[in-house]
Design a protein around this ligand. Structure first.
Ligand code: NAD
Length: 449
C-alpha cells in the first residue's frame, strides 16, 4: 500500500516508520527541510527507543522515504495521514492552523480518490472541517473529486511509541464511508493478526472525542492521586500503601496511580485544556476537567513550596540544586510542558543556582527554555557541591544510585524526591534527609519510628 504522512514529528515519524516496517511504501513529509535532510541520511531528530534501527532498515530496503513537497506526496499515495501539531492556543483551545493548512494543500494537490486521515489529536468537528476545506479548494480549482476523510487518533506513548504502534491495544477509526472502512481495515490488518476486534469502527465525532476522553481519564487518575497524596502528608498516611491498597482492586488497577510533580508532555496538559474549551463552547460545565488541570498545575509549585519551607528564613539565594531529569517522563527527549521547567524557573527566580543532568533531554531542554543552567554529562558530577538533589524524572538509572557516592559529592545529603523513587527509611539509614510526595519526610537526626 502507498502511504503519505504529512508532519514527521514524534507521531508522524513513528507512524510512517511502522507502516513501512509492515511492508508498505511510505513517504513522510515535513516543512522542516533540515529535519527531512537528516532523516534521509538516517539521522533521527528525536529520541525514541527502537526507532533509529527501524528507520535505517526501512530506508535501506527502499520502503521509507522523506520529502518536503506536499503536492507530489499527496499524488503518490492512496492514504494521506495528517500528523502535524495541534498545540495549545492562547485561550487553551487546540490551535488547528497546521491541520487546516495541510487540508488546503491536499485540496490543491488532489487528482483522484484518496483517503485522508486525521491522525493529529483534534477537537470534535475538525475532521468535518478538513473535508470542507478540501471541498472548497477543489471547487476553486473547478474539480469535483471523490475523497474520504477519516478520523484515526493515535494512542502511542512516547518512550514506548514503536511497540505501542506495532502492538496497539486498539485502533479507533471514525468514518461513515464503507469504502474507506474496508481500506482502513486492510491497512491495519497486519497490526492485529491475533485479534481483529482491536479495530474499533465508529462515527467520526466519537473517534475524535475518544482520544480526548482517554487522555482526560488518565490525567484524572494522576491528579486524584496527587490530591490523595496531599491528604496523606497531613494525616500521616503513606501514599505508597494507599496506592497499592486501591490498585489491587481490579476495578481500579495499578496503572497511572503514581503521585508526583505533575504530568507534562505534549498531550495530557494541552488535551485536557482543549477539552475544557470544547465543553465551554458547548455551554457544558467542566468541573471535573477543570479540577484535573488545576491540581496538575499546582504540583510542581507544591515541590517548590516544600523546598522553600525546608530552607525557611535562610531562603534559596545562592543555594545550588542538582536536578536529575528534564524530560517530562523517562525514555524521551520531549520536554514540552515538563514540570522540570516550572520548578527550575521558580528556583532561579529565587536566586538559586541550578545544575542539571538528563540522559537524553539536555539539548531539547536547552533549546526550548534557554535557562541559565549548568548542564552535567554525568549524574554524579551533577551533584558535586550541590545543597540538594531534586529528582524530577524517574529515569531507570536514578532508581538505584550509589548513595555512598552521592553523600561524598553532595555538599548536603538532602533529596527532594519528586517521583517517590526512594524508600524514606532506606535513604535515612544512609544519612539522607528525604522529602517526597504523600509520605513522611525523613531526616537522619530524627529518632527512629
Ligand atoms: P511534533 O511537533 O513533534 O510534529 C509535528 C510536525 O509537523 C513537525 O515536524 C512540523 O514541522 C510538521 N509540520 C507542521 N506543519 C506542516 C505542514 N504544513 N506540512 C508538513 N509538515 C508540517 O508533534 P507530535 O508530537 O508528533 O504531535 C502531532 C499530533 O499528534 C498532535 O496533534 C498531538 O497532539 C498528537 N499526538 C501526539 C502524541 C505524542 O506522544 N507526541 C501522541 C498521540 C497523539
Amino acid at each position: 500500500m502507498k502511504i503519505t504522512i504529512i508532519g514527521s514529528g514524534y507521531v508522524g515519524l513513528v507512524t510512517g516508520t511502522c507502516y513501512a516496517h509492515m511492508g508498505n511504501n511510505v513517504l513522510c513529509v515535513d516543512l522542516d527541510k533540515e529535519k527531512i535532510d537528516r532523516l534521509t541520511r538516517g539521522e533521527l531528530p528525536i529520541y525514541e527507543p527502537g526507532l533509529k534501527e527501524l528507520v535505517e532498515s526501512n530506508l535501506k530496503e527502499g520502503r521509507l522515504s522523506f520529502d518536503t513537497n506536499t503536492t507530489t506526496a499527496v499524488r503518490a499515495s492512496e492514504f494521506i495521514f495528517i500528523a502535524v501539531g495541534t498545540p495549545k492556543d492562547r485561550d487553551g483551545s487546540a490551535d488547528l492552523r497546521q491541520v487546516l493548512e495541510v487540508a488546503r494543500r491536499i485540496g490543491e494537490a488532489l487528482d483522484g480518490y484518496r483517503i485522508i486521515i486525521t491522525k493529529s489529536t483534534v477537537p470534535v468537528g475538525t475532521t468535518k472541517k478538513v473535508k470542507q476545506v478540501i471541498k472548497e479548494v477543489l471547487k476553486e480549482r473547478g474539480l469535483d473529486l471523490t475523497f474520504d476523510v477519516v478520523s484515526n487518533p493515535e494512542f502511542l506513548k512516547e518512550g514506548k511509541a514503536v511497540s505501542d504502534f506495532l502492538n496497539p491495544d486498539r485502533i479507533v477509526i471514525g468514518t461513515d464511508s464503507e469504502r474507506a472502512k474496508e481500506r482502513m481495515r486492510a491497512l491495519y490488518d497486519p497490526f492485529c493478526r491475533t485479534d481483529e476486534n482491536r479495530i474499533i469502527f465508529m462515527d467520526v465525532a466519537s473517534a475524535e472525542l475518544t482520544k480526548y476522553a482517554a487522555n482526560a481519564m488518565l490525567a484524572s487518575r494522576i491528579s486524584l492521586m496527587n490530591e490523595i497524596a496531599a491528604i496523606c502528608e497531613v494525616t500521616g498516611a503513606n501514599v505508597d500503601h494507599v496506592r497499592v491498597g486501591i490498585g489491587s482492586d481490579n476495578r481500579i488497577g495499578f496503572r497511572f496511580l503514581f503521585p508526583g510533580v505533575g504530568y507534562g508532555g505534549s498531550c495530557f496538559p494541552k488535551d485536557v485544556r482543549a477539552l475544557i474549551k470544547t465543553a465551554e463552547e458547548l455551554g457544558i460545565p467542566s468541573r471535573v476537567l477543570t479540577a484535573i488541570d488545576q491540581v496538575n498545575r499546582q504540583q510542581p509549585r507544591q515541590m517548590v513550596s516544600k523546598i522553600k519551607d525546608y530552607y525557611g528564613r535562610n531562603g534559596l539565594a545562592d543555594k545550588t540544586f542538582a536536578i536529575w531529569g528534564l524530560s517530562f517522563k523517562p525514555e524521551t527527549d520531549d520536554v514540552r510542558e515538563s514540570p522540570a521547567a516550572v520548578i527550575i524557573e521558580s528556583l532561579l527566580k529565587k536566586g538559586a543556582n541550578i545544575k542539571a543532568y538528563d540522559p537524553v533531554a539536555e539539548e531539547t531542554f536547552q533549546r526550548t527554555y534557554a535557562l541559565p543552567i549548568k548542564y552535567s554529562q554525568d549524574m554524579y558530577e551533577c551533584l558535586e557541591d550541590a545543597d540538594a538533589l531534586i529528582l524530577i524524572t524517574e529515569w531507570h538509572q536514578f532508581r538505584r544510585p550509589d548513595f555512598a557516592r552521592m553523600r561524598q559529592v553532595l555538599a548536603q545529603p538532602v533529596i527532594f524526591d519528586g517521583r517517590n523513587q526512594y524508600e524514606p527509611d532506606y535513604v535515612k539509614a544512609r544519612g539522607f534527609t528525604c522529602i517526597s510526595i504523600g509520605r513522611k519526610s525523613v531526616s537522619p537526626d530524627q529518632p527512629a519510628g
